[in-house]
Design a binder for this molecule. Sequence first.
Ligand SMILES: Cc1ncc(COP(=O)(O)O)c(C=O)c1O
Length: 424
Amino acid sequence: MPGHKGNFAPLLEAGLGRFDITEVTGADVLFQSSGVLRELEERIAAFYGVFGTAVSTGGSTLCIQAMLAAAFRKGDRILAARNAHTAFVNACALLQLEPVWVCPAPLDHARVGGALTPEQITLSLHEHPEVRGVYLTSPDYLGCLTDIAAIAEICHARGLLLVADNAHGAALKLHDPDRHPMTLGADLCCDSAHKTLPVLTGGAFLHYSSRFDAEQIKAAMALFGSTSPSYLILRSVGLCMDWLESNGAAAYRETAAQISRLKEYCASKGICVPGGASDPLRLSVCMADFGMTDSAALTYFHSHQIEPEYIGGGYAVLMASPFNRSVDWQRLEKALEELAAMPRSESAPVPLAFELPEAVMPPHEAVFADSETVPIDSAVGKVAAQTVITCPPGVPVVVPGEKITPQAEIILKNSGNFVVKVVK
Ligand SMILES: Cc1ncc(COP(=O)(O)O)c(C=O)c1O
């Protein structure tokens, strides 16, 4: 293995074949790393200043599964910010864990984005003394950052683990101040290196504190991961680390300075960007203020030859990296200048404040129950058997085991979801 033996001409001509190897002698074994892959992981851990790092070629999705498997036991309840990714809900179902949801407080008039506050965590832990840990997603899709340092203190004072989904924040380590969740006190954290660093899609890091050891983390990853990790991805992680250890951090700080200038420009022109601490590489702009629907906002950016990362909930989310070209920045500046000159809409639609649905069974019961797909119109009052994530960005409107509410029906329809899987 591999079947192409490094000699299949189309792969070689496409530049793909050479590094696609398997766990042959000298190439190490990802889930029992002791050679070159262990060295790579030690380099990453040293760079991030953490006790240990395991590399994933299955994205943060695999890291999330492994983090939960390493940290919790069947039946445990976890206090979780509701802006969690589907990967978290799915991992809870697979491991028979039960999320206790808390909704991040909205940070702006459009009621999207936001972060859990330390006060919310304290209150929720008081109401749910049975939870075994706290799970946060920060940055969220709009780039809002949670006060992880304060929440870590609260967790550790109670002997609880803090697990962070930092899928969007691998580069947070490179900025000044360093806002990486592990620096701020998280016990476990995943970074989708591929989202913000020059790493091939699928490359991610699982960082762990001294409360865990490599064997435990690797065993948890092996529960879910393929025994044939992509060496193309692993090679790209090595190349990324070479670059980060030389001039990468400086390049990221320059990109952050450009974004910061654009955020200041937006503020000076009354263009709404989410308040509070935010991801230095991300610019989220409220387009609803200009009376634009999400599809009109997409057309607007396309007319400026810009592909936003995401449009939804009235916002356009733009993500930058040191590998954007100067023409990209020129296009963005022009798009923002033209936006600043546009009239504001008095009647911008304000999304509904999200209300948590009632959970009537744990996610694993609903996911593995007999289910059927029904029109949204007839789903109210039924129990969801799937996660549906829509506006506000990144917040699951329904998760398996929750009763579908009339509000969920409206939100789902407004975002183009007309059917949903429910428990029979
Ligand atoms: C917040 C968040 N967590 C986890 C994931 C899963 O990451 P990956 O695609 O690296 O598996 C994503 C993917 O978009 C995400 O947005």
